[in-house]
Design a protein around this ligand. Sequence first.
Ligand code: ZN
Length: 454
Amino acid sequence: MSDLATLTRALDLEAAGREMHELATELYPIPRSLTGDGVRRTLAILGERIPLEIREVASGTAVLDWTVPDEWNVREAWIEGPDGRRVADFADHNLHLVGYSEPIDETMPLEALQEHLHSLPEQPDLVPYRTSYYRRTWGFCLAHRVRESLRPGDYRVRVDSTLEPGTLTFGECLLPGRDEREVLVSCHVCHPSLANDNLSSLVVATSLARLLARSRRRWSWRILFVPGTIGAITWLARHRDAGERVVAGLVAANLGDPGVFHYKRSRRGDAVVDRAVELALRDRGEAVEVSEFVPYGYDERQYGSPGFDLPVGSLTRTPWGRYPEYHTSADDLALIRPDALAGSLAAYLGVADALERNRVLVNLKPHGEPQLGRRGLYGSLGGGTEGKEREMAMLWVLNLSDGDHDLIEIAHRSGLPFDAVCRAAEALEAAELVARPEASRPAETRNPTETDDR
Ligand code: ZN
């Protein structure tokens, strides 16, 4: 087994981008929701690629302050106009039906129907995405232009859905590492035919998991495919000890549009993952907008609730709500691009590598500079820029390895690539000039009773 950095270097990113887009294309038509067969089918397809455990939690189960809802499935749903033509049909596009619509089979005048229609006057050609998870109703979404063309008369409305006790389904891919403590990657699996939000993340997370599964791992990695909010809450309810196990985490979303990266820091703001993300993007030459944590957005607000306070940030491209296609039928397979997906995968791999290789070291000869030339560590590569970078990296590692600074911080402060800092650290460890602190505890843990090697 190779380490992740080696696997990443060997990766054909262009091919990976194409593959991810193909997988998104396969998943796109499936009608997903908080619960139901669409989520199961989606997870079954992901499970062909990665070791995925499927969990089913019964409706009515109390999870933290919430209750697992009834399961929703749709056989058909449509509206037929006075002339017998269908004006909206779930079979054409699953966004036409409001998520969690209760069954109905009635004929009604247009005025009564209007109360159950949703459209976007500002974007008259697009079908909006609407749900009503916790208030029982039914509704249809359609292009505003179509809505305006509706003639008075009687409309037949049929929603053949079931909304009854069943289960909530989520998937988790757990890849054990040498350390039982975990890095969490979480993405929401509840959105129907919407590509950037959030098929993009399902496919990036799947590719990430596949590479991690083939690599030597220090941390245990847990990739979660959960319905938004209730899924994260259900997982947390079953992992009350998450605070002791999770050393870092990311919520993945909106990873296929061509926009620049956006990183929302963890609630702590200075967790290892926060520094790892900024470093990984810097090393890839990617621009990134960074914002502080706010208790809104995706499931980072659940992982970052004060009772858990997990060090989980969110790495996206254009954040939710900030692109015009967001939550409409225009968030389709044309919006997400193979090269953007590939860049997102590379960014996540960079973060993963930083987390995997980060450590705190102690200089064993801290009084004056140890004589590197005598040990064949200085000038051995001649005067090239690579040799210079290697020497600078060794000097930085020696100088900042006082037990307080980890390799991520050394890379930040020196401006040197993380990989160069890691290679220097390895050379210095081999020469017994630096070592992991005696009875070391990694910077990642805040629990003073925990030790790294058990
Ligand atoms: Zn969304």
